[in-house]
Design a protein around this ligand. Structure first.
Ligand code: TRP
Length: 326
């Protein structure tokens, strides 16, 4: 086999990156798809976000999972062995609570983390196999929003799908519903889905979680431009953009934007684009929908699930719902 080093300009640009960036940046207001956040650096910054004092989401969900792991695993398994698939697994930190509980009940647990970030999956696999003997990890680098190809379960096994971290909230309501339907289609009757959703709470708490004092969320947001510069050869000045978090209470979502401070022209050679940014112009990079109690269960019913149990923390900030595929 021969390998040839290609000059930078002839690197292959993934088609989906090209078309999404073209469409988003040609729109008014400009936007970018949020999956672009998760390159290796973005996944690393995101892990840092989950440890910030202001970012209550991870900590709160983890406390619910820690308190309820036995109950969750027991209900999902019924009398069968469980096989666990996780959508958007990332570093799979909270999942370890559920995996070790499952290993206590059955000797071997198959765990299939699905994520768009290969490096995060590889690290998760290495760490989980080292720390929880009995778990066999088969990572899948897949975009789960496009549907999932799962191996058929072994006889006597049921699946538990995990979709935690309120990742569902990063989709528009119609997309979120479609996504749940796709997950339902990938499962068999009797399989379960564990869905974690963030609930509406006071504005100050919400805003601080998406605009931390240390500036990690700001760096995470700007990293999308660093990625475009690297992958598309563009000349964004990431530091010329400020991170802005907005609570849109009419749509019940936190919005993240990048606001350009001074007029600038950006070239994107790979897409043959030239963009004028006026002072103050924004790029909308992400939404994080927050739900009312009961709303996640209603979405699950629409998608073909029977909600079984919902657990929340004592402040009622976060909900974890277990539902069975019907
Ligand atoms: N889904 C989580 C949330 O909305 C995680 C997340 C996605 C996030 N993108 C983010 C957190 C951007 C902070 C900033 O909270």
């Amino acid at each position: 086999m021969t390998t040839t080093a290609l000059p930078q300009t002839s690197l292959q640009i993934p088609e989906h990156t090209a078309s999404a960036v073209c469409e988003g940046l040609a729109s008014r207001p400009k936007w970018l798809p949020s999956w672009l956040f998760y390159d290796a650096e973005g996944s690393r910054l995101f892990d840092q976000i989950t440890e910030l004092p202001e970012y209550y989401v991870t900590r709160t969900e983890r406390s619910i999972l820690a308190a309820r792991a036995e109950e969750i695993i027991g209900l999902a398994a019924g009398g069968d062995a469980l096989r666990i698939v996780e959508l958007g697994a990332g570093s799979a930190d909270k999942t370890r609570l559920l995996l070790s509980t499952a290993v206590d009940r059955q000797d071997t647990v198959f765990y299939e983390p699905v994520d768009v970030c290969a490096s995060a999956l590889e690290e998760a696999r290495e760490r989980i196999e080292r720390e929880i003997p009995g778990v066999i990890v088969s990572p899948r680098v897949q975009d789960y929003t496009k549907g999932m190809e799962l191996d058929p379960p072994n006889p006597g096994e049921r699946r538990l799908a995990l979709y935690i971290g309120s990742s569902i909230g990063n989709f528009e309501p119609e997309e979120a519903e479609l996504l749940l339907e796709r997950v339902r289609d990938a499962l068999a009757p009797g399989d379960s889905l564990l869905l974690g959703v963030d609930l509406v709470k006071d504005r100050a708490t919400l805003l601080a979680a998406y605009d931390d004092a240390a500036g990690v969320t700001a760096a995470f947001n700007r990293n999308v431009l660093v990625r475009l510069n690297r992958e598309l050869g563009s000349n964004f000045d990431p530091e010329a953009f400020t991170h802005r978090a907005v609570w849109n209470r009419f749509r019940s979502r936190i919005e993240m934007h990048l606001a350009n401070l001074l007029p600038q022209t950006v070239q994107i050679p790979a897409l043959d684009m030239r963009l004028e940014f006026s002072a103050g112009e924004t790029i909308h990079t992400e939404n994080s929908y927050k739900y009312q109690p009961g709303q996640a269960e209603a979405m699950l019913v629409e998608a073909g699930f029977d909600p079984a149990t919902t657990w929340t923390d004592e402040k009622g900030w976060f909900a974890v719902c277990l539902a069975r595929a019907n």
